[in-house]
Design a protein around this ligand. Sequence first.
Ligand code: FEO
Length: 401
Amino acid sequence: MSAIAIGNNVYWIGVKDPELPVFDIVMETKHGTTYNAYLVRGEKTAVIDTVKQGFTAEFLANVSSIVEPEKIDYLIVNHTEPDHAGAIVDLIELNPKIQIVCSGSALPFVKSTINREANVVAVKDDTVIDLGGKKLQFKIMPYMHWPDTMMEYLIEDRVLFSCDGFAAHVAGQSLFADELANKLASDGTPYDLDYEMRYYFDAIMRPFSGYIRRNMAKLESLEPALLATSHGPVYRRDVRRYIDRYKEWTVDKSDPRRVTLFYASNYGNTRRLADVLAQELGSSNFDVSLIDASTCKPEEAQDLIEASGAVIIGTPTFNGDAPKPIWDLVNLFSTVYSTGKKAAVFGSYGWGGEGSKMVAERLTGLKLKVFPEPFRARLIPSEEEITGARTFATELAQFFA
Ligand code: FEO
C-alpha cells in the first residue's frame, strides 16, 4: 500500500498487516491491523512514528515516495512499543542527524530501543514545534498505552495524531472510516467500526481508565477535523464523537460503599463465612453483593470490580492452591482499572490453607490495597470462628471506609 495524502502536505506512510491473527498475545484480530505512521511537510519535515519490524522496507518506500529519508528533520516517537518503533533504527541509519522527539517518560525506552547515540529531545505538554507553516502541539498522554505515550495536534490542519488512542485493529480496503463503513470484511459482513473501537479499548486501554480519564481533559480545547490513530481507520467525520466515547468509557463508576464479595465454595464452608461477612458489612451500611466466582461471567466480574469501592474474595484451598475459578477471577483485575482498590481475602481450609494467602499476595502484587491478614477457618466454621469472622468484618468496615 502506497503513501496516502490525508491532508495538505500531510500523508499516511504506514503499512497494513491484514493477516495478523493476534495482537499483544491476547487480542484476537480477525481483521488484521495497520501500523499507521504519518509525514507532515512544512518548511521542515516530520515523520510521526514508524512501523513494526518486518515492514521496514515498505515503510521506507512510502517515506521515499514523498521525501528522501536523509532530508527528514524530525522523527516524532509517540510511543516505543515495537509495533510503532520497529523501524526507528533503520531510519536513523539513513539519517543519523534526525531529531528524535518524545515525551520525558519515553527517554529511557528510546535509549533501550535504539541502543546507540542519537539526537533525542523530550517535549512537555503544549510544547510546540514549528515546521514552518505547520505547527505541532504536543500532549503528554501517559498510559495511552504505555507511560511514554503522547499525541500531537497539527494546529493549522486540525489533525490529532492520537497514537494508540481511539485506535481499532482493522486493515480494510480504505484508510478512512467513512469509506470503510460501507465495505464488507473478508467474512462478508459489514465492518462495525464502533464495535472494533470498543473492543480495542476493552483489550488495550481499559486497565488504564483512571489515567485516560485525566488525560482526556487535555483534548477538550482542541477541535480536530481529522483523527489519525496508530491502528486502523483515520476518522474525518464526527471526530469529537469518537473522542467523547473514551470520556464516557472512562467515567469513574466505583461507589465507595459498594462491596462485591466473590467466593468459591465446594461444601458450603467458605460460603458460610461469606454470609457472615456480608451480613456484618451490610449492617455497617455497605451495599454488599455476594457473587459465586465459579458461575460469574468474566464481563460481569469486570464490571463488578470496577463498580465496587472494595472487593472481597473468599477461597477454599485445594491441593495447596486456590481453585481455578478464583485464579480466573484474580486474573481479571489487571484487565480493568483496579489500582489502589481496597480488597480482603478469607476462606475455609482443611490442612494447609495456602489458597487465601496466595490470593492476598497476588492482589497486593497487582497494586490493590489488601487487608494485611486473610481470615481463615478450618473446615466447618465453629461458633468461635464465626465470632472471629464478625470481628474481621468490623475491621474491614474500618479499612474500607
Ligand atoms: Fe500500538 Fe501500544 O502499541
